[in-house]
Design a protein around this ligand. Structure first.
Ligand code: BG6
Length: 469
């Protein structure tokens, strides 16, 4: 008997907006990503500009069969991707869905099933229809709940025999940092108050419960998870003030999973809301929805830990795609300055499981690095990415430890299993893949795919069900 459970879901993860391209093909409407040429951290433009690499992505829309065959070669059991909302409802508030968009995902899921790969589908991964951002100001507006429900109902009904695992909002906590990218809120961040942001999040939380309810009505076998950006926080020193600062940071992050799993706002939120003048407007039925329809499992992304201090000005800052915290002297950083911390993953797994006792799913983890395409020993082009293997090896070793600690883990999907366009910076050169895509920051490249060294390593990990890390 190995450590990883027999039915452990090994695989990889992508998001529609970072790979599909075909941004205006077959009736697709624009999404917020189509006007973010510099990525989720940058400013948005009036309309798509040719320098936005996401407009073509890695042309997954036309090449998904080739890509899925490569995933199958690695032995994937699961593949996480998202449905692009604006392929299904181009503006977001139409009455009837776009059949061509629905057909695309039918074909995609069929192709996965051909190889016995289970789809894991995110309903909303940073790709709100642009029209909803412009006309409704995104999730600030309560009408979004009904529009999201209609979209979710449409895809739940359509794919009820093809998709079993669903996630509602990618990194639901990121609305606070990236209101436009994450929440479709087209108001400059400086003009938004905490009240606006937490109210928008409340709408997402209610929508998430509503569609969890709906999912189980449509197919009782559906498993619905929330998805949060996980980040364990360390105190910079053992000064109790620093310890408290780290604890408070973690609580504010726990808020989202606490509501999704326990079905109510935690008590510690009351004080924070009071001190920041936040009064969440509940409508009739909100509290019952949250309480009665919690998620079946908790999924999260994990890239790094964060270090906190009472007086942050005394220390150097760290970097991350959304949150950075302080620089931790015990950790090394990636080419993009993200601090690499495998043990943090074991901590996160243990902390979530202690808190909720529901199954956990690691749906994003990986190393964004600069890769060089070279001729391999057998004469084929490859990338000798020992650094990525080292990163994944160390993280999976900690997943193993967490399983031994008693944590129930459903699966692991490595982020950007195929090179894709970066969310935060819209760069192609920040590569996470086990498969190299020949495309570059200046838009050049023929989009050919090449197996990296990590491709073969991960194939062996999966084949041995995690015994050969
Ligand atoms: C997560 C997102 O925050 O991090 C992904 O869910 C994203 O969409 C990933 O790609 C890595 O971030 P980046 O900015 O390096 O692409």
């Amino acid at each position: 008997m190995g450590v990883f459970p027999e039915n452990f879901l090994w695989g990889g993860a992508l998001a529609a907006n970072q790979v599909e391209g075909a941004y205006n093909v077959d009736g697709k409407g624009l999404s917020v990503q189509d006007v973010l040429p510099n990525g989720g951290l940058g400013a948005w433009t009036e309309s798509p500009t040719p320098d936005n690499l996401k407009l073509d992505g890695i042309d997954f829309y036309h090449r998904y069969k080739e890509d899925i065959a490569l995933m199958a070669e690695m032995g994937f059991k699961v593949f996480r991707t998202s449905i692009s909302w604006s392929r299904i409802f181009p503006n977001g508030d139409e009455e009837t869905p776009n059949e061509a968009g629905l057909q695309f995902y039918d074909d995609l899921f069929d192709e996965l099933h051909k190889y016995g790969i289970e789809p894991l589908v995110t309903l909303s991964h940073y790709e709100t229809p642009l029209y909803l951002a412009r006309q409704y100001h995104g999730w600030i507006n309560r009408d979004m709940i009904g529009l999201f429900e209609k979209y979710a109902r449409t895809v739940f009904e359509r794919y009820k025999h093809k998709v079993r695992y669903w996630l509602t909002f990618n990194e639901v906590n990121s609305v606070l940092e990236l209101p436009f990218t994450s929440g479709g809120i087209d108001i400059p961040k400086e003009q938004l108050t905490k009240q606006d942001l937490y109210q928008a999040i409340h709408h997402e939380l209610v929508a998430s419960s509503l569609v969890t309810k709906l999912a189980h009505e449509i197919n009782p076998d559906f498993k619905v998870g929330c998805m949060v950006l996980a980040m364990p926080a360390y105190p910079m020193t053992s000064d109790p003030k620093d310890v408290l600062a780290a604890h408070q940071f973690e609580n504010l992050n726990y808020l989202f999973s606490d509501i999704h799993v326990r079905g109510e706002y935690p008590k510690y939120a009351n004080r924070f809301f009071k001190e920041h003048g936040i009064e969440i407007q509940f409508e009739e039925g909100d509290a019952e929805l949250l309480k009665n329809y919690p998620v079946d499992f908790l999924s999260f992304s994990y890239y790094m830990s964060i270090t906190e201090a009472f007086d942050k000005s005394k220390y150097a800052s760290g970097r991350g795609n959304i949150l950075g915290g302080l620089s931790n002297p015990f950790l090394e950083a990636s080419d993009w300055g993200w601090q690499i911390d495998p043990i943090g993953l074991r901590l996160v797994l243990n902390r979530y499981y202690d808190r909720y006792q529901i199954p956990l799913f690691i749906v994003e983890n990986g190393l964004g690095a600069k890769d060089e395409l070279v001729v391999g020993a057998d004469g084929t082009m490859t990338v000798l990415d020992d650094y990525r293997i080292d990163y994944m090896h160390k993280h999976l070793a900690q997943v193993k430890e967490a399983i031994l600690d008693g944590v129930e883990i459903m699966g692991y999907t490595s982020w950007g299993c195929i090179d894709c366009v970066s969310m935060s910076t819209a760069e192609m050169s920040k590569r996470y893949g086990l498969i190299y895509v020949n495309r570059h920051d200046d838009g050049s490249g023929d989009l050919e795919r090449y197996r990296k060294k990590s491709f073969f390593w991960y194939r062996d990990v999966i084949a041995s069900n995690g015994e050969n890390l």
